[in-house]
Write a protein that binds this ligand. Structure first.
Ligand SMILES: [Zn+2]
Length: 690
């Protein structure tokens, strides 16, 4: 025993994750950290967190805001630091060793959080504070924290009597099993189907890249002189958009739309029905009429009436725009002798119609979007809005040799934190896409000193090669602005408690999407979008053409998207599920009620709607549109003043929204900034739907 304890102790002492980080800005000592350090560090940090929770629970004193809610809110700091480093390694430096650590750490973390959520003695102390919260002389932020902490427990069933708690536990377990089964079925079914093309003529219309990829898929399957098209998005979407062979398009789309709807072992229809039934039961146990009511209770949207109102306002103009697009499509299809347009024709003829209307070479834009120039443009916008500046940091630990580090400084020169940018692709090692993460959130120590955040943004841009710098597409440029918008929110938040520092689920994307609006404003392009060889500013006609061409097809895009949002709400909004419930009958009823046209299927049908049956976006799919309405309306506020850098608005945006995080309801924060609720007008105009 003694020896084991000693060796654990020695190992813990040497573990760089567990030492005080005596580095500039308290950045994790990346060079010292090895993958083997994570599992013991996480185990130790869980022990420390458990001890902190035990100290709260075992206190002999009467529960108070300080000794219970505040102590709980502050607990687990070491764990969140250590796990923060690990989470970033998982997404930016993945390998087999990391995967192995992940297989150990993931269940440890979920068990740990379950143990806390189910700790009844802890909950009873929190409840005791919550029940007396109005007599404790708490200020608004403290009351908000008490509410948030109490609710997070109550929503997990902590306030229920024992029998209901047990039932909820069973329901939750059944839901997670079914969710796993749902996604496994979809993976299997998607992988199982292949269209084997034998005749090269059937590839007409498809790009060289696509054909090469299809050939390499065939080769991997041991076939020569063949091409394979699959049902995964990177294969199916370009095929539907460009393949001239109509019969094959129909075949592929039909297979795509019927994934997990083939009455085989991978069929998801009954699983959907069972998940819907179980989630309704969960909502009822927790005191709600429907699962929609339960889910929206802690969102900015609040209730389904608000969500339906918003969807309706965008739905009608989207459907009308789709109707206009259908006219173009019919005219194009008629040239090929097609009299009745089908769903499998839409993407194909729409892309032909678009090419005819807006011939644009997006590659011609790249030379104006040199990586370093775009980054300067992003810093410029932040500086013009908030007066903040960014200074390159040398000699600080870097999460990856390729990452760059900058310090963000406020107007008065004080530090607002550090940002790492790790923007180039590393296939196999780094996750796809782009994201904003971090190593530490803004917080205050026990002496009231502010601790600044450490933020990171990652991307998958093409790296510089030889003399050729990294040149971004217009789309990647917007993505860079987007992720930086998340980072800005991290730098500018300033709240006292971690438990009130997160925006609502349906508000998180607002700061990032809002930041995109400055990317292509002429006065911003003038500053950064300069040709990497000639220094010439990008011709504004090129940018306008790009924006117009992007807007073409928005009728279809919004219609298929919003139809899926209605489906999400409709399926989970039922207060009763009959015994013979059939998910596809419910689906057709919902889509019929909104008047979806036959030529446009919803973006997802129930049997493969992964977001809502497996990935935690249940009653959350609407939030993409919700946030878009807000970011467009917020940018409109700047435009209305005639100055996209209007200082009074920038100040309000910073101090009424970004600074406050979750100190108050997001709707209230937004009204404080805007003077009124957001309307859909700016979104409709921005997307060319008016
Ligand atoms: Zn985002």
């Amino acid at each position: 025993m003694a020896i084991a304890a000693m060796s654990l102790c020695a190992c813990v002492e040497k573990n760089p994750l567990l030492k005080e980080w005596d580095t500039p800005f308290g950045i994790p000592p990346f060079e010292e950290i090895k993958t083997e350090h994570f599992v013991p560090a996480i185990k130790k940090a869980i022990e420390v967190h458990d001890a902190e929770i035990a100290a709260i629970v075992n206190s002999k004193e009467e529960p108070t805001f300080e000794n219970t809610v505040l102590a709980y809110d502050k607990s687990g700091e070491l764990l969140s630091d250590v796990y923060g480093v690990f989470g970033n390694v998982e997404s930016m430096a993945f390998n087999d060793e990391v995967a192995e650590a992940s297989n150990i750490i993931t269940p440890l973390m979920s068990e740990h959080s379950n143990n806390i959520q189910l700790n009844d003695a802890l909950f009873q102390r929190i409840k005791s504070v919550y029940d007396r919260k109005d007599q404790l002389g708490l200020d608004a932020a403290q009351l908000r924290l008490v509410d948030n902490v109490y609710k997070s427990f109550a929503r997990n069933g902590a306030a229920l009597p024992e029998d209901k708690k047990a039932e909820l536990k069973e329901v939750n377990a059944a839901i997670s099993n079914l969710q796993l089964k749902f996604s496994q079925n979809l993976i299997k079914e998607t992988a199982a189907w292949k269209l084997e093309i034998k005749d090269k003529a059937d590839l007409a219309g498809l790009s060289e890249d696509f054909i090469a990829e299809a050939a390499s898929r065939a080769k991997a399957a041991g076939l020569t002189d063949r091409w394979i098209v699959g049902l995964d998005n990177p294969s199916v979407m370009p095929f539907l958009q460009s393949a001239a062979n109509r019969d094959l398009r129909i075949k592929v789309l039909d297979a795509y739309l019927n994934r997990c709807n083939n009455n085989n072992a991978e069929d998801n229809k009954d699983i959907c029905a069972e998940i819907i039934r179980l989630k309704l039961r969960k909502a009822q146990i927790l005191g709600f009429d429907t699962y929609v009511d339960f889910q929206l209770d802690d969102r900015m949207a609040k209730n389904s009436e608000n969500v339906y109102k918003l969807l309706g306002q965008v739905w009608k103009p989207s459907l009308a725009a789709a109707g206009r697009e259908l006219k173009d499509i019919k005219a194009m299809a008629a040239k090929d002798g097609i009299t009745t347009v089908q769903a499998a024709d839409w993407r194909y003829y729409s892309s032909l119609a678009k090419a005819e209307k807006y011939s644009i070479d997006e590659e011609a834009m790249r030379p104006y979007f040199r990586y370093e120039n775009v980054r300067e443009g992003i810093f410029y916008v932040a500086n013009r809005l908030f007066g903040i500046t960014f200074e390159r940091l040398e000699n600080v630990p870097l999460p990856h040799p390729e990452a760059e580090a900058f310090e963000c400084k406020d107007v008065d020169g004080s530090s607002l934190g550090v940002i790492f940018m790790d923007m180039f692709a590393r296939p196999g090692e780094k996750s796809n896409g782009a994201w904003c993460g971090g190593y530490r959130d803004q917080k205050y120590d026990e002496n009231g000193n502010k601790i600044t955040p450490i933020v990171t943004i990652c991307g998958n841009f093409a790296r510089p090669v030889g003399d050729k710098p990294s040149l971004l597409t217009a789309d990647e440029t917007e993505t860079f602005f987007h992720e930086f918008g998340h980072a800005l929110a991290s730098f500018l938040i300033d709240v006292r408690y971690p438990g009130i520092s997160y925006f609502d689920h349906d508000f998180v994307e607002v700061p990032s999407q809002l930041n995109e609006h400055w990317a292509f404003a002429p006065e911003v392009l003038n500053v950064y979008a300069k040709h990497y060889q000639t220094g010439e500013v990008i011709p504004i006609e090129l940018v306008n053409k790009y924006i117009e061409s992007k807007n073409y097809g928005q009728g279809f895009a919004m219609t298929e998207l919003i139809a899926a949002m209605y489906l999400d709400l409709g399926l989970y909004g039922q207060s009763e599920i009959p015994d013979n419930y059939k998910v596809l009958s419910a689906e057709s009823r919902i889509l019929k009620e909104i008047g979806l046209i036959d030529e446009i299927p919803p973006r997802y049908r129930a049997p493969y709607f992964l977001h809502i049956f497996s990935h935690g976006y249940d009653v959350g799919y609407y939030s993409y549109l919700w946030a878009q309405v807000l970011d467009n309306d917020a940018f409109r506020a700047f435009e209305e003043t005639g100055d996209i850098f209007n200082q009074e608005l920038a100040r309000k945006y910073r101090y009424e929204i970004l600074k406050r995080g979750d100190e108050a309801d997001a709707g209230e924060l937004y009204r404080n900034f805007r003077g009124h609720d957001a309307t859909v007008d700016a979104l409709l105009e921005h997307n060319g739907l008016k």
